[in-house]
Design a protein around this ligand. Structure first.
Ligand code: PRP
Length: 232
């Protein structure tokens, strides 16, 4: 029986609707297979290279519209933004200048957990239009801290752009004006995002496999724990 007949008559049984939806989800999963080389470590691909590129085009159109006729100062937060930033600015035809900041939760003489700037802005943003770019908005501590710092420098306007946002873990009252993808609370790596400084080079955004943690030797686990303590 042709399912269109059911659709058109409005009599599609629920079981068929559910089965068709399941098939569609399976088909979508198959569209985003984990590349062979990464199958051991990645549970799944959250966003493919193509999906990211498409989304960045949409973001850049919105940014160009909002800042039309203006010159931008793009302030990117190191290190995770590298790939996103490189692709985003190549889609922007506005005149722009680039600068970087880096923050870390470690530092000499600081309280544990306090965010300190390990790289400061060099460009003058006073009375300028600023676009602040980060790879992920998670708890919001980084964006909140960097926004406060840039606002003190009295830009004309400041907007924020993140590739990913995880609403589930937000502790600070901060939002991004341009968001690539809103994602669930998963451990994501790739396309600039790291785990103990690895995986930044993946062209896609992937979810790290839980099996991967279980297979780690204790020395590798120690190395990763040390790196995480240092960088988070
Ligand atoms: C990551 C990411 C964001 C920040 C977001 O940086 O690049 O800057 O965490 O998290 P938050 O919203 O909880 O503050 P990370 O410190 O891992 O450094 P990295 O960019 O060098 O990977």
């Amino acid at each position: 029986m042709n399912p269109r007949i059911f659709f058109e008559s409005g009599q599609m049984p629920a079981i068929i609707v559910v089965t068709m939806a399941r098939c569609l989800v399976t088909k979508i999963d198959r569209c985003n297979p984990v590349p062979r080389h990464w199958r051991n470590e990645m549970e799944k691909v959250l966003s493919t290279e193509r999906q990211i590129a498409r989304r960045i085009k949409t973001l850049s159109s919105a940014i160009e519209r909002d800042f039309s006729g203006r010159e931008l100062v793009i302030v990117a937060v190191l290190n995770g933004t590298i790939l996103f930033l490189a692709d985003l600015i190549r889609c922007l035809s506005l005149p722009l200048r680039l600068d970087f900041v880096a923050v870390s939760s470690y530092g000499l003489g600081t309280e544990s957990g306090e965010l300190v700037f390990t790289k400061e802005l060099r460009l003058d943003v006073r009375r300028r239009d600023v676009l602040l770019v980060d790879d992920i908005l998670d708890t919001g501590r980084t964006l909140h801290r960097v926004l406060a710092k840039v606002r003190q420098l009295k830009p004309r306007r400041i907007k924020t752009c993140v590739l990913l946002e995880k609403a589930a873990r937000r502790t600070e009252k901060v939002r991004a004006d341009y968001v690539g993808f809103s994602i669930p609370d998963l451990f994501v790596v790739g396309y600039g995002l790291d785990f103990a400084e690895r995986y930044r080079n993946l062209p896609f955004i992937g979810v790290l496999h839980s099996r991967f943690y279980a297979e780690l030797s204790s020395s590798a686990a120690d190395e990763i724990a040390t790196a995480l303590n240092r960088w988070k």
